[in-house]
Ligand binder design. Sequence first.
Ligand code: 5GP
Length: 206
Amino acid sequence: MKEVHKGAILVLSGPSGAGKSTIIQEAAKEIGEYYFSISTTTRSPRVGEEDGKDYFFVSKESFEKDIKAGNFLEYAEVHGNYYGTSLKPVREALREGKLVIFDIDVQGHRLVREKMNDITTSAFITPPTLKELEVRLRARSTDDESVVLQRIENAKEEIRAVGEYDFTIINDMIDDAVGEFVIVAKAARLKQSQEDEEKFIQQWLG
Ligand code: 5GP
């Protein structure tokens, strides 16, 4: 019945510094073919970040033009900057039956749920405590103190949405977190849309 499986969405949220990108990278070989949705943002690139790889870095004007044109599946303002997911590449990847992974904030997760709930699975990824998050953000030292403080304040708010997610992954020991993520990604792939479910039932009935 493999042909009735279309694409699926896996939304990952959690504070900056939770280790989301590392977890995805480490798990990549084990989760099969996927498409990582590259977001568009108006924030400046951090040291080592590349345009078109980590984000599409654009001006505020350009972002607002895309909002007006309806080019975003979802977008939100986080830490005073815009972040958004472009609709077109996501649609294509879904049509190709891929698992589409989003790294978006809690507002974005709510919007994706509104629009594509039946094919969406979600996980909130976080260090074990706020204290540990602070240690990691400072160790990363790619942001100055005011940015770190803003991220911490944001994290205190975001953690309140943890109950809205299907799964929570606590990134204490990285290997364990990667193992859990692989399980979640595999489960996400098995999620069928209601439309596909109908097809499945018809085929099953023969
Ligand atoms: P950072 O500046 O650390 O890369 O990301 C800051 C926050 O923005 C993170 O919580 C990240 O998940 C979120 N974010 C990144 N891209 C998007 C997006 O396209 N949409 C939404 N809603 N949030 C995003």
